[in-house]
Design a protein around this ligand. Structure first.
Ligand code: XAN
Length: 438
């Protein structure tokens, strides 16, 4: 979709970041325009500021949308999610490995049918945008047609999306296995078709160490070396049973992360989901290689996987890039508000308090940093891509009453992330066009 060429002005309470809330006082990192405007043209933000100051200089032909006291934020960014798992979200009674066998693999097998893939891709993107999320790093299935379906739908909507075909050549049902050769060739063809087209980017996606042979992981590393600007996404140290199995399958590697490192998969634009059971050595390696971690709190609580040590990951002596992930279908919601709320609870369980500005940062500017895309998305500033979401503090009576009692923007953000959900998403804008809500 081509971006809207006519200027559009959104008026409301603009909330974004001037700095990193994990460095210094979190409140000082927030940039707030109480009666603010965001001007968008040709898919980009051109001006941000105070309504009274900018009003006289607004273009004559601009469409003005007044959101009153609703919050205008950068669109949310989901750094780890599986679109094919939407149909089996909320499947109960098992931890990771059994849950994959019992629920995930049977659903993913249905994506051999492109009609299924297209229908789920459409529903997923509708839900995602309705949650205020404008960019996501998305796992498809082993079938190339699942990637075609996802990117075609994302292109139709004009959304900035990262996705890739799952690589899986062992320890999975026959119907879901590729080979070293077909995995490489299918991925290369998808990269040629989609990577860098419109706003779409490709991620080489070995599911995790258990489902790829060493040769397939090597081939994934080769794909990264053969093409510029690709992402790499996989899972790391989510569950203790999984970690024991990886140690059994790769006896010569010094750690789970070393399995990936040995194959050339640890570097800039590598996104590791979960990383719950890792130590100082892994954090240091991610820091020095500029790799990122996706913190998926609703999933980690749902599967009983463990508690991600966010503040250890972000330790100022060797901070690792971290973004939030919903991880649907293990995650229980596509809503980043819900995910921020659960990240707060996970931090509480590790003895730390997550400030609401820090939570919002992990879902926007910090997530953009974790994708190395902070020059394009994640904050509201001139020159940035015009991807925004609008949060309604009066979406339902309980929320509205509580928000009316808030005395600061931080408190309001905290109440929204604790009580809020998709009902609060008044509108989502992608490339300067309203794609959900009004
Ligand atoms: N490890 C995984 N963890 C998860 O939460 N979801 C998955 O689909 C998956 N595959 C490997």
């Amino acid at each position: 979709m081509t971006p809207a060429s006519q200027p559009t002005v959104l008026r409301g309470r603009v909330v974004t970041f001037r700095g990193n809330p994990f460095e210094g006082n979190p409140s000082d990192a927030l940039l707030v325009e109480e009666d603010g405007v965001v001007v968008m043209e040709n898919g980009l933000i051109t001006h941000v500021g105070d309504w009274t100051a900018l009003r006289a200089s607004l273009p004559d032909n601009a469409t003005i949308v007044n959101y009153g006291d609703a919050l205008i934020s950068a669109g949310f960014i989901d750094t780890h999610v599986h679109y094919p798992q939407l149909p089996m979200i909320a499947s109960w009674g098992a931890q990771l490995l059994e849950w994959l066998d019992r629920y995930v693999f049977p659903v993913e097998a249905t994506f051999a049918d492109p009609v299924v893939a297209q229908a789920v891709a459409r529903r997923f993107l509708t839900e995602l945008l309705g949650s205020g999320t404008t960019t996501a790093a998305v796992y498809c299935t082993v079938h190339p047609q699942s990637v075609d379906a996802f990117f075609a739908e994302a292109e139709r909507l004009g959304a900035r999306m990262i996705a890739g075909k799952v690589l899986m050549d062992r320890n999975a049902p026959d119907t879901l296995r590729d080979t070293v050769r077909t995995g490489y060739d299918d991925s290369a063809a998808l990269i040629a078709r989609w990577h860098g087209r419109d706003r779409l980017l490709y991620a080489v996606t070995p599911r995790f160490a258990i489902t790829s042979t060493p040769e397939q992981l090597e081939a994934a590393g080769q794909l990264l070396r053969d093409h510029d600007g690709l992402f790499m996404q996989t899972h790391l140290a989510e569950n203790t049973g999984e970690i024991a199995e990886v140690a059994r399958l790769f006896p010569n590697r010094s750690s789970y992360l070393d399995v990936y490192d040995h194959a050339g998969l640890v570097g800039r634009r590598s996104i590791f989901g979960h990383a719950i059971h890792v130590g100082e050595r892994e954090f240091c390696r991610c820091h020095e290689s500029d790799a990122s971690l996706a913190h998926c709190p609703t999933s980690n609580l749902f599967l009983g996987s463990g508690l991600f040590r966010l503040f250890d990951a972000l330790d100022a002596r060797r901070p690792v890039r971290v973004g939030l992930g919903t991880d649907v279908g293990a995650g229980t919601s596509l809503s980043q508000l819900r995910t921020m709320g659960e990240a707060y609870k996970v931090a509480q369980l590790t003895g730390r308090s997550l400030h609401p500005a820090q939570a919002l940062w992990l879902a926007t500017a910090g997530a953009a940093r974790s994708l190395h895309m902070e020059d394009r998305i994640g904050t509201i500033a001139p020159g940035m891509e015009a991807d925004l979401c609008v949060l309604d503090p009066h979406a339902f009576p309980l929320l509205s009453d509580r928000c009316d009692r808030c005395e600061s923007i931080e408190e309001l953000l905290f109440v929204l992330m604790t009580l809020g959900d998709n009902r609060c998403i008044l509108a989502t804008w992608v490339s300067g066009r309203c794609v959900a809500g009004v």
